[in-house]
Design a protein around this ligand. Structure first.
Ligand code: ADP
Ligand code: 5GP
Length: 210
């Protein structure tokens, strides 16, 4: 992100060999608490070269979160200024806060041949697909609706009111499932992570074999 430092230890860079090969953009979406972050973390253990784009948000920082790691935490005015400057690939309001994918987190990495993952909600996923139809959209689904509530409460990062709000949004988000290229059920986190990693590999294998 321009003008801000980023602890970017996790991204292993491949040299740009001038082959014209670009990375693929994967969008991992699904309701809050379904386990998107957990599944992506698991997949990255198998695919260490995979970069996860750090989003910007106006949401207050949770204990343990660090600016530039989980998110770039921005004030409302800074967020608006970046919207006006065209810095976002997509941006939404979600549960009373704003979230957006910065072009700077995505475009350079794709051009240098890295795959990039976005972990974003459903509206944002739709917007990315409109702008970049070649993006691969993956919906992470809960084994059952009750699991979402259990996981959000178990994570203990949100107030009971925020959890209720997120569960109300989740009902609409579940209806978006058929719009996605792939659906992975997060029954067991390790299994779901392996499925995501296998899917990412298979996209490249299909490219190689025409
Ligand atoms: P999201 O990124 O979709 O909001 P998280 O990855 O933060 O979700 O997961 C929400 C909570 O559910 C976390 O406490 C996480 O440890 C837990 N969780 C994730 N996957 C599973 C699973 N397969 N079974 C049980 N709990 C899970
Ligand atoms: P949280 O507040 O739990 O970190 O995130 C709330 C929701 O916003 C999650 O579903 C998360 O995936 C989504 N989100 C995070 N960053 C972005 C983003 O840049 N764009 C969009 N559209 N959603 C995001």
């Amino acid at each position: 992100m321009p003008g801000r430092s980023r602890p970017d230890g996790a991204c292993t860079r491949r040299p740009d060999l001038g082959t014209g090969v670009t990375g693929r953009l994967f969008v991992v979406s699904g309701p809050s608490g379904v386990g998107k972050g957990t599944v992506i973390r698991g997949a990255r253990r198998e695919l260490p070269d995979l970069a996860v784009a750090t989003s910007a948000t106006t949401r207050p920082r949770r204990p343990g979160e660090r600016d530039g790691r989980e998110y770039y935490f921005l004030g409302q005015e800074d967020f608006d200024r970046r919207v006006a400057a065209g810095e976002f690939l997509e941006h939404v309001s979600y549960a009373g806060n704003r979230y957006g994918t910065l072009r700077s987190e995505v475009e350079r990495r794709l051009r240098s041949g890295h795959d990039v993952v976005l972990e974003i909600e459903v509206e944002g996923a739709r917007a990315v697909k409109r702008e970049m139809p070649e993006a691969v959209l993956v919906f992470i689904a809960p084994p059952g609706v009750a699991d979402l509530e259990k996981r959000l409460r178990g994570r203990a990062t949100d107030t009971p009111e925020e959890i209720e709000h997120r569960l109300r949004i989740a009902r609409g988000e579940m209806e978006a499932k058929p719009e996605f290229d792939h659906v992975i059920t997060n029954d067991d986190a390790g299994r779901a992570a392996a499925e995501l990693a296998a899917l990412m590999r298979s996209v490249h294998e299909q490219e190689e074999h025409g």
